[in-house]
Write a protein that binds this ligand. Structure first.
Ligand code: F6R
Length: 264
């Protein structure tokens, strides 16, 4: 596990974008696992800039998003489809046919639908690089506390904390979905490389539990400790509850000297 401490949100966003850009340049047909949510928007902005100004080419890249609210159609302004289009897909050249996001309008046959999403990931060759955010309750994707560490893509009921946090994206009086389709923790752990972005003091506790706490179903992100190639990008405010920051700084210095490519 590599923990990269960044001064602020902008630094973290640029660092995340550089990791993705380097991976796409190394392997243009990269299979990219994507997250939506406020934390990722700076990273998407930087990737769009790199596409525009530095000829970063996504024409062979395929993407699989982690999750979508059940009940929201792709054109719904609060859907993750809409968020992804608005923040990323409409600004870069990923072919539409290579973009995959769980369908929030599925009404029946969830098991078959979720299996088909898993099959599509596997059929594409598996995820090369998975991007994650983290919830205040430690969720990755929408794997809320007490999700099985081996879980696969499935419908999931949102936790009270997630409902409180994400209702800020919905207008007063607007009904917010209470369930989502999400890749499972087992699905996420199959990605070859994972990076998790965490910004802001509200995430500090979850970040500390994920990185330094015990592996537990109570904090889904702690399952990442089992993964052989995971990098946490954490800004100063999100790092305040970490106990080992001095050590992470020294690791960053050594990594920059010995294997600078691991920083992006
Ligand atoms: C969204 C997702 C979630 C978010 C998390 C953090 O696709 O998978 O796990 O990454 O809820 O959301 P923000 O960034 O809005 O704080």
């Amino acid at each position: 596990m590599l923990v990269l401490l960044h001064r602020d949100y902008d630094d973290l966003s640029v660092a995340a974008a550089r990791i993705i850009a380097a991976a796409v340049r190394r392997k243009p047909s990269l299979i990219l696992g994507l997250a939506s949510g406020g934390t990722t928007s700076g990273m998407y902005r930087e990737l769009a800039r790199m596409h525009r100004q530095e000829a970063l080419d996504f024409s062979k890249t395929a993407t699989f998003n982690l999750d979508e609210y059940i009940g929201l159609a792709p054109e719904h302004p609060r859907s993750f489809h809409y968020f992804m289009d608005d923040n990323f897909f409409s600004h870069v050249n990923i072919p539409r046919s290579k973009i995959h996001i769980p369908d929030g309008t599925v009404r029946t046959g969830y098991e078959e639908y979720c299996q088909s999403y898993e099959d599509a990931i596997r059929g594409a060759g598996g995820i090369d690089l998975q991007i994650l955010g983290i919830g205040r309750d430690g969720h990755i994707g929408f794997n809320e506390p007490a999700s099985s560490l081996g879980s696969r893509t499935r419908p999931k009921t949102l936790s009270r904390t997630t409902l409180e946090d994400n209702c800020r994206n919905f207008a007063p009086g607007e009904e917010m979905p209470t369930c989502a389709i999400t890749m499972g923790i087992g699905t996420i752990l199959e990605a070859r490389r994972i990076i998790l972005l965490a910004s802001g003091s509200a995430k500090a506790k979850a970040v500390a539990l994920a990185i330094e706490g015990p592996i537990t179903a109570s904090v889904s992100a702690s399952a990442l400790q089992l993964h052989p190639d995971v990098t946490f990008l954490v800004d100063e405010d999100a790092a305040t509850e970490l106990a080992q920051t001095e050590y992470y700084h020294r690791v960053m210095e050594m990594t920059a000297k010995l294997t600078p490519e691991r920083l992006w």
